[in-house]
Design a protein around this ligand. Structure first.
Ligand code: ADE
Length: 241
Protein backbone atom coordinates (compact mmCIF):
# COMPACT_ATOMS: atom_id res chain seq x y z
CA UNK A 1 0.00 0.00 0.00
CA UNK A 2 1.18 3.52 -0.78
CA UNK A 3 0.63 6.17 1.91
CA UNK A 4 1.42 9.87 1.57
CA UNK A 5 1.10 12.38 4.37
CA UNK A 6 1.23 16.14 3.75
CA UNK A 7 1.92 18.37 6.76
CA UNK A 8 3.67 21.59 7.74
CA UNK A 9 5.24 19.58 10.61
CA UNK A 10 6.76 16.51 8.94
CA UNK A 11 8.72 15.80 12.18
CA UNK A 12 5.39 15.19 13.93
CA UNK A 13 5.09 12.01 11.86
CA UNK A 14 8.45 10.62 13.02
CA UNK A 15 6.79 7.86 15.14
CA UNK A 16 5.82 6.21 11.84
CA UNK A 17 9.47 5.12 11.62
CA UNK A 18 9.16 3.07 14.83
CA UNK A 19 7.87 -0.32 15.87
CA UNK A 20 5.65 -2.42 13.61
CA UNK A 21 4.92 0.39 11.13
CA UNK A 22 8.65 1.19 10.81
CA UNK A 23 9.38 -2.49 10.28
CA UNK A 24 6.61 -2.80 7.67
CA UNK A 25 8.19 0.12 5.80
CA UNK A 26 11.63 -1.50 5.94
CA UNK A 27 10.14 -4.80 4.74
CA UNK A 28 8.54 -3.05 1.75
CA UNK A 29 4.95 -3.77 2.90
CA UNK A 30 4.23 -0.07 3.26
CA UNK A 31 5.47 2.64 0.94
CA UNK A 32 5.00 5.65 3.22
CA UNK A 33 6.23 9.17 2.46
CA UNK A 34 5.81 12.38 4.44
CA UNK A 35 5.77 15.65 2.47
CA UNK A 36 6.33 19.19 3.74
CA UNK A 37 3.52 21.46 2.52
CA UNK A 38 5.94 24.42 2.55
CA UNK A 39 7.90 22.78 -0.28
CA UNK A 40 4.89 23.64 -2.46
CA UNK A 41 4.83 27.36 -1.67
CA UNK A 42 6.25 29.86 -4.15
CA UNK A 43 6.95 32.95 -1.99
CA UNK A 44 10.10 33.81 -0.06
CA UNK A 45 8.40 33.28 3.32
CA UNK A 46 6.93 29.89 2.36
CA UNK A 47 3.50 31.12 3.45
CA UNK A 48 0.80 28.49 3.98
CA UNK A 49 -1.92 30.53 5.72
CA UNK A 50 -3.87 33.78 5.49
CA UNK A 51 -6.74 35.57 7.24
CA UNK A 52 -10.28 34.23 6.81
CA UNK A 53 -12.76 35.90 4.46
CA UNK A 54 -15.78 37.02 6.49
CA UNK A 55 -13.60 37.67 9.52
CA UNK A 56 -13.17 35.65 12.67
CA UNK A 57 -10.34 34.32 14.77
CA UNK A 58 -7.37 32.35 13.49
CA UNK A 59 -5.91 31.70 10.07
CA UNK A 60 -6.96 29.53 7.13
CA UNK A 61 -4.63 27.40 4.99
CA UNK A 62 -4.15 28.86 1.49
CA UNK A 63 -5.42 26.72 -1.38
CA UNK A 64 -2.57 26.79 -3.92
CA UNK A 65 0.16 25.00 -1.91
CA UNK A 66 -2.39 22.26 -1.18
CA UNK A 67 -3.34 21.87 -4.83
CA UNK A 68 0.33 21.67 -5.89
CA UNK A 69 1.14 19.17 -3.15
CA UNK A 70 -1.86 16.98 -3.97
CA UNK A 71 -1.20 17.13 -7.72
CA UNK A 72 2.35 15.93 -7.13
CA UNK A 73 0.92 12.68 -5.71
CA UNK A 74 -1.34 11.85 -8.64
CA UNK A 75 -0.40 9.24 -11.16
CA UNK A 76 -2.02 8.18 -14.43
CA UNK A 77 -5.23 6.19 -13.99
CA UNK A 78 -5.18 6.26 -10.16
CA UNK A 79 -7.90 7.75 -7.98
CA UNK A 80 -6.44 7.69 -4.46
CA UNK A 81 -8.48 8.18 -1.30
CA UNK A 82 -7.78 11.56 0.27
CA UNK A 83 -8.33 11.61 4.01
CA UNK A 84 -8.74 15.04 5.52
CA UNK A 85 -8.57 14.85 9.34
CA UNK A 86 -11.07 17.26 10.84
CA UNK A 87 -13.33 17.41 13.88
CA UNK A 88 -16.06 18.07 11.31
CA UNK A 89 -15.51 14.71 9.59
CA UNK A 90 -17.11 11.27 9.82
CA UNK A 91 -15.98 9.51 13.01
CA UNK A 92 -13.18 7.00 12.28
CA UNK A 93 -13.85 3.39 13.30
CA UNK A 94 -12.53 -0.15 12.95
CA UNK A 95 -14.84 -0.80 10.00
CA UNK A 96 -13.52 2.31 8.21
CA UNK A 97 -9.96 1.12 8.94
CA UNK A 98 -10.87 -2.22 7.32
CA UNK A 99 -12.29 -0.43 4.29
CA UNK A 100 -9.19 1.78 3.91
CA UNK A 101 -6.89 -1.24 4.27
CA UNK A 102 -8.18 -2.49 0.89
CA UNK A 103 -7.11 0.69 -0.98
CA UNK A 104 -4.02 1.02 -3.20
CA UNK A 105 -3.10 4.55 -2.15
CA UNK A 106 -4.14 6.76 0.76
CA UNK A 107 -3.22 10.43 1.00
CA UNK A 108 -3.58 12.28 4.32
CA UNK A 109 -3.86 16.08 4.29
CA UNK A 110 -3.00 17.46 7.74
CA UNK A 111 -4.70 20.80 8.28
CA UNK A 112 -3.61 23.26 10.96
CA UNK A 113 -5.05 26.56 12.20
CA UNK A 114 -8.77 26.90 11.43
CA UNK A 115 -8.57 24.46 8.52
CA UNK A 116 -7.96 24.34 4.78
CA UNK A 117 -9.74 26.64 2.28
CA UNK A 118 -12.90 24.67 1.44
CA UNK A 119 -12.35 25.05 -2.31
CA UNK A 120 -9.40 22.63 -2.05
CA UNK A 121 -11.77 19.91 -0.82
CA UNK A 122 -14.17 20.56 -3.71
CA UNK A 123 -11.34 20.68 -6.29
CA UNK A 124 -9.71 17.53 -4.90
CA UNK A 125 -12.91 15.53 -5.46
CA UNK A 126 -12.12 15.59 -9.21
CA UNK A 127 -9.00 13.49 -8.64
CA UNK A 128 -9.46 11.81 -5.24
CA UNK A 129 -12.10 9.98 -3.24
CA UNK A 130 -12.29 12.61 -0.50
CA UNK A 131 -13.10 11.52 3.07
CA UNK A 132 -13.13 14.11 5.88
CA UNK A 133 -12.43 12.03 8.96
CA UNK A 134 -12.62 12.80 12.69
CA UNK A 135 -10.89 10.90 15.47
CA UNK A 136 -13.68 11.76 17.89
CA UNK A 137 -15.71 14.59 19.31
CA UNK A 138 -12.88 16.73 20.60
CA UNK A 139 -10.57 19.27 19.01
CA UNK A 140 -6.87 18.66 18.33
CA UNK A 141 -4.39 21.33 17.21
CA UNK A 142 -4.05 19.75 13.78
CA UNK A 143 -4.46 16.58 11.77
CA UNK A 144 -1.06 15.00 12.55
CA UNK A 145 -2.04 13.12 15.72
CA UNK A 146 -5.20 11.87 14.00
CA UNK A 147 -3.09 10.63 11.07
CA UNK A 148 -0.77 8.73 13.42
CA UNK A 149 -3.80 6.93 14.84
CA UNK A 150 -5.45 6.23 11.49
CA UNK A 151 -2.26 5.03 9.77
CA UNK A 152 -1.57 2.65 12.64
CA UNK A 153 -5.14 1.29 12.64
CA UNK A 154 -5.01 0.70 8.85
CA UNK A 155 -1.42 -0.53 8.49
CA UNK A 156 -1.76 -3.24 11.13
CA UNK A 157 -4.54 -4.81 9.07
CA UNK A 158 -2.28 -5.26 6.02
CA UNK A 159 -1.03 -8.79 5.39
CA UNK A 160 2.36 -9.39 6.98
CA UNK A 161 2.44 -6.29 9.21
CA UNK A 162 1.43 -8.16 12.38
CA UNK A 163 3.33 -11.37 13.08
CA UNK A 164 0.37 -13.36 14.40
CA UNK A 165 -2.79 -12.52 12.41
CA UNK A 166 -4.92 -14.40 14.99
CA UNK A 167 -4.40 -11.51 17.36
CA UNK A 168 -6.37 -9.36 14.89
CA UNK A 169 -9.44 -11.57 15.22
CA UNK A 170 -9.71 -11.54 19.00
CA UNK A 171 -9.59 -7.78 19.41
CA UNK A 172 -11.94 -5.13 20.67
CA UNK A 173 -14.37 -3.91 18.01
CA UNK A 174 -13.63 -6.76 15.62
CA UNK A 175 -17.11 -8.21 16.22
CA UNK A 176 -18.66 -5.13 17.80
CA UNK A 177 -17.76 -6.20 21.35
CA UNK A 178 -14.98 -4.99 23.65
CA UNK A 179 -12.09 -7.32 24.38
CA UNK A 180 -12.15 -9.73 27.35
CA UNK A 181 -9.68 -9.15 30.24
CA UNK A 182 -6.29 -10.87 30.01
CA UNK A 183 -3.90 -12.17 32.71
CA UNK A 184 -0.34 -13.50 32.86
CA UNK A 185 2.00 -15.02 35.45
CA UNK A 186 2.13 -15.04 38.42
CA UNK A 187 -1.35 -16.47 39.06
CA UNK A 188 -1.32 -14.85 42.53
CA UNK A 189 -0.20 -11.24 42.64
CA UNK A 190 -0.47 -8.80 45.57
CA UNK A 191 -3.33 -10.78 47.05
CA UNK A 192 -5.24 -10.99 43.78
CA UNK A 193 -5.87 -14.22 41.88
CA UNK A 194 -6.71 -14.83 38.27
CA UNK A 195 -10.19 -16.23 37.45
CA UNK A 196 -10.02 -19.96 38.27
CA UNK A 197 -11.54 -21.09 34.99
CA UNK A 198 -8.38 -19.97 33.15
CA UNK A 199 -6.43 -22.70 34.98
CA UNK A 200 -9.03 -25.40 34.25
CA UNK A 201 -7.66 -26.45 30.86
CA UNK A 202 -11.30 -26.66 29.69
CA UNK A 203 -11.23 -24.72 26.42
CA UNK A 204 -15.01 -24.58 26.00
CA UNK A 205 -15.44 -23.15 29.51
CA UNK A 206 -12.65 -20.63 28.94
CA UNK A 207 -14.24 -19.52 25.67
CA UNK A 208 -17.63 -19.15 27.42
CA UNK A 209 -16.06 -17.14 30.28
CA UNK A 210 -14.30 -14.82 27.83
CA UNK A 211 -17.43 -14.30 25.77
CA UNK A 212 -19.45 -13.46 28.90
CA UNK A 213 -16.77 -10.98 29.98
CA UNK A 214 -16.88 -9.32 26.55
CA UNK A 215 -20.65 -8.93 26.78
CA UNK A 216 -20.53 -7.70 30.40
CA UNK A 217 -17.83 -5.14 29.63
CA UNK A 218 -19.58 -3.86 26.56
CA UNK A 219 -22.90 -3.36 28.37
CA UNK A 220 -21.14 -1.69 31.31
CA UNK A 221 -18.64 0.53 29.49
CA UNK A 222 -20.13 1.11 26.06
CA UNK A 223 -23.93 0.77 26.18
CA UNK A 224 -24.01 2.80 22.95
CA UNK A 225 -22.44 -0.18 21.14
CA UNK A 226 -25.09 -2.64 22.28
CA UNK A 227 -27.77 -1.26 19.97
CA UNK A 228 -25.37 -1.63 17.01
CA UNK A 229 -24.60 -5.32 17.62
CA UNK A 230 -25.31 -7.80 14.84
CA UNK A 231 -27.19 -10.26 17.06
CA UNK A 232 -27.41 -13.01 14.44
CA UNK A 233 -23.68 -12.90 13.85
CA UNK A 234 -23.05 -12.98 17.60
CA UNK A 235 -25.39 -15.96 18.04
CA UNK A 236 -23.68 -17.84 15.24
CA UNK A 237 -20.29 -17.19 16.86
CA UNK A 238 -21.67 -18.18 20.28
CA UNK A 239 -22.94 -21.51 18.96
CA UNK A 240 -19.36 -22.37 18.03
CA UNK A 241 -18.20 -21.82 21.62
N1 ADE B 1 -8.14 17.94 13.75
C1 ADE B 1 -8.54 18.63 14.83
N2 ADE B 1 -9.34 17.92 15.60
C2 ADE B 1 -9.47 16.69 15.01
C3 ADE B 1 -10.19 15.53 15.32
N3 ADE B 1 -10.96 15.42 16.41
N4 ADE B 1 -10.11 14.49 14.47
C4 ADE B 1 -9.36 14.58 13.35
N5 ADE B 1 -8.66 15.65 13.02
C5 ADE B 1 -8.72 16.72 13.83
Amino acid sequence: MRLDVISIFPEYLAPLELSLIGKARQDGLLNLSVHDLRDFTTDRHRTVDDTPYGGGAGMVMKPEPWALALESLLSEGARPTLIVPSPAGQVFSQSIAEELATEQQLVFACGRYEGIDERVIEWAAQHFEVRPMSLGDYVLNGGEVAVLAMVEAVARLLPGVIGNPESLIEESHQDGLLEYPVYTKPSQWRGSEIPEVLLSGNHAKIARFRRDEQLRRTVQRRPDLVALLDVERLNRADLQI
